[in-house]
Design a protein around this ligand. Structure first.
Ligand code: ATP
Ligand code: MG
Length: 238
């Protein structure tokens, strides 16, 4: 059977910060309906990869191809327009605002005035789609549990109908139950046919997905391999 082309294909991505090589010659493919998990040590370059793919920082070299078309992802707005949504490591939620406001911040529905009803409705739908345990969308995000905040961030990434969702350490600092809930929600994204990149420190998280295996080594060489893990403490190269 011929494999479909990847929805996202990254080739030769490199990024330096002065003398620090954060990414070196990274290759990565993500198919629709696939979760590619990336693990690596602190400082291995995982968030740099996320930032480059989400338009937060520009790579020194390399190409990004979406659905067979080479693209430039030079701003976060451009990334979103291209269908790449990101849940950043720090979540970037406003704790003093409620769930609806967090979901629609900067993308409010309504022209002359905000359509609060429509935003409430959509918020409830979005959270239901990923089986979130957040039931009251007018609760302050600061009053939610860590896992529930993560689901709000995941739900927000779905606004705008992305084809790729990138999650940077979505299970960090979560207990077992909440971690399983978040992994389940990521499974929902996959079931919807999205391509998902999940960054994690936790090798159990990586093992939860059998469809792809990637690793970032120290000194920041990153590569992806499918179906089998790379040799211990080394990175694979295509
Ligand atoms: N804006 C920046 N300016 C200078 N150096 C940076 C910048 N961003 C990242 N780096 C450096 O690049 C390297 C990779 O950092 P990055 O944050 O991508 O690692 P990481 O794998 O996400 O680590 P962690 O597991 O701690 O989140 C580190 O040495 C870091 O200090
Ligand atoms: Mg990081």
């Amino acid at each position: 059977m011929v494999e479909p082309p990847p929805t996202l294909a990254v080739r030769g991505l490199s990024k330096r910060f002065g003398g620090v090589v954060a990414l070196e010659d990274v290759d990565l493919d993500v198919l629709r309906g696939e979760v590619v998990a990336i693990a690596g040590e602190n400082g291995a370059g995982k968030s740099t990869l996320v930032n480059v793919l989400s338009g937060m920082c520009r790579a020194d070299a390399g190409t990004i191809v979406l659905d067979d078309v080479r693209v430039r992802v030079d701003t976060p707005a451009r990334a979103r327009a291209l269908g790449i949504a990101t849940v950043f490591q720090g979540l970037a939620l406003c704790e003093n605002l409620d769930v609806v406001k967090n979901l629609f911040l900067g993308r409010e529905i309504g022209s002359l005035w905000m359509d609060e009803r429509a935003m409430e409705r959509q918020s409830t739908q979005l959270l239901r789609q990923i089986f979130s345990t957040v039931s009251r969308v007018r609760d302050r995000v600061g009053d939610l549990s860590g896992g529930q905040r993560q689901t709000v961030a995941i739900a927000r990434s779905l606004l705008g109908d992305p084809s790729i969702v990138i999650l940077d350490e979505p299970t960090a600092a979560l207990g077992t139950t909440q971690r399983m809930q978040v992994l389940n929600q990521i499974g929902q994204l996959r079931a919807r046919g999205l391509g998902v990149i999940m960054i994690s420190h936790n090798l159990d998280d990586v093992g939860a997905w059998r469809t792809g295996w990637s690793s970032c080594g120290t000194a920041a060489t990153t590569a992806s391999s499918r179906w089998r893990p790379p040799p211990p403490s080394r990175c694979t190269r295509r």
